[in-house]
Design a protein around this ligand. Structure first.
Ligand SMILES: [Fe+2]
Ligand SMILES: [Fe+2]
Length: 264
C-alpha cells in the first residue's frame, strides 16, 4: 500500500519501482493513495490511467479527491478501481470500496476519511467502514484492506482497534509523514498510522518550501507549487494469508528515486 502520491515526482518514482517490484515477486497487489497525484491536488482520468499503467491496482482518494472534479467524475463512474472516502456527503460520484481479483484471490479495498482536524465534515468513518466491509464481503472479498485517510493518530489507532480481526490491514494516509508504529495485532490485522508521502521531500509535505513559509509568516494565501527534489516512494508491504484473510507481517517501505532520475 502506497501513501499519498504527490504530483509528477510521485508518479515518476512509482513508475520506476512498482512494476519491477511486481515482476520480482516482492508484491502482488498495489493500492495507491492518489489524492495529490495531479499537480499536488486531486486526481484526473489521465493521471489515474498512468498510475494503473505503472502497476497500481486500486487508487484511493482522500479529502482532495474532488479538487479536479470535472476531470475525474465521469471516469470514477465507470472505473470501479478508483475509490474515494465512502463518508463524503451522499450524492457525490464514486464509491468507497471495490473488490478486485488478484491471482485468484478476491481483495476488497475500503476507503474512509477521519473527522478530527479535517477540512470537510465527513460522517463517522467507523460506521462507514462497517457498511463498506459488509459490501465487499457480500461481493466475495477474502482479504480486506482499509485506507483510513485522517489527520489524527488517535482516530487512526482507534479505528484500527475497532476493525481488529475483521480486516487484514488498516493503514493511514493524509499526513504525508510516515509513522514508525507498524504492528500486526494478535487477531491478524496489520496497522500503520501513516504510510507517508510518495513524492518530493525537499518540500513542506510535497509543496515548494518558499510559498509555504511565506504563508506561515504572513498568514496570506500563496500559490502552491509541486517541489522537485529528494523524491521517495513510501508505503508498507503487508503479507496476508489468503485463506484466513489475516495479516502475517507488515514492513514499512521507503525507496529513493536516484538523483539521476529526479524530476528537475
Ligand atoms: Fe495527501
Ligand atoms: Fe488528505
Amino acid at each position: 500500500m502506497i501513501g499519498d502520491t504527490y504530483g509528477d515526482p510521485g508518479r515518476k518514482v512509482i513508475e520506476l519501482f512498482v512494476n519491477n517490484m511486481k515482476r520480482s515477486g516482492e508484491v502482488d497487489f498495489v493500492v495507491c493513495n492518489a489524492e495529490n497525484s495531479a499537480g499536488g491536488a486531486g486526481i484526473t482520468e489521465s493521471v489515474a490511467k498512468e498510475l494503473f499503467q505503472s502497476g497500481c491496482d486500486v487508487l484511493t482518494g482522500g479529502d482532495h479527491f474532488f479538487d479536479k472534479k470535472k476531470e475525474i467524475e465521469d471516469f470514477v463512474k465507470k472505473e470501479t478501481r478508483v475509490i474515494r472516502p465512502s463518508n463524503f456527503p451522499k450524492g457525490l460520484p464514486g464509491a468507497g470500496s471495490c473488490v478486485v481479483e488478484c491471482k485468484g484471490i478476491k481483495i476488497g479495498v475500503v476507503h474512509v476519511a477521519g473527522q478530527v482536524f479535517m477540512r470537510y465534515h465527513f460522517t463517522s468513518p467507523f460506521l462507514a467502514a462497517d457498511e463498506e466491509i459488509e459490501k465487499v464481503k457480500k461481493a466475495g472479498a477474502q482479504v480486506i484492506l482499509v485506507d483510513m485517510h485522517a489527520e489524527a493518530t488517535s482516530e487512526k489507532m482507534a479505528i484500527s482497534w475497532y476493525l481488529d480481526g475483521r480486516v487484514a490491514a488498516v493503514v493511514g494516509t493524509h499526513t504525508h509523514i510516515q509513522t514508525a508504529d507498524e504492528r500486526v495485532s494478535a487477531k491478524g490485522t496489520a496497522c500503520l498510522s501513516d504510510l507517508g508521502m510518495t513524492g518530493p521531500y525537499d518540500s513542506v509535505i510535497g509543496a515548494e518550501k518558499g510559498p509555504i513559509l511565506e504563508k506561515f509568516l504572513t498568514q496570506l494565501n500563496t500559490r502552491k507549487e509541486v517541489a522537485r527534489n529528494d523524491v521517495k516512494l513510501c508505503g508498507a508491504i503487508i503479507t496476508v494469508d489468503p485463506h484466513s484473510g489475516k495479516a502475517i507481517a507488515i514492513e514499512r517501505v521507503q525507496k529513493n528515486l536516484e538523483p539521476a532520475h529526479a524530476a528537475r
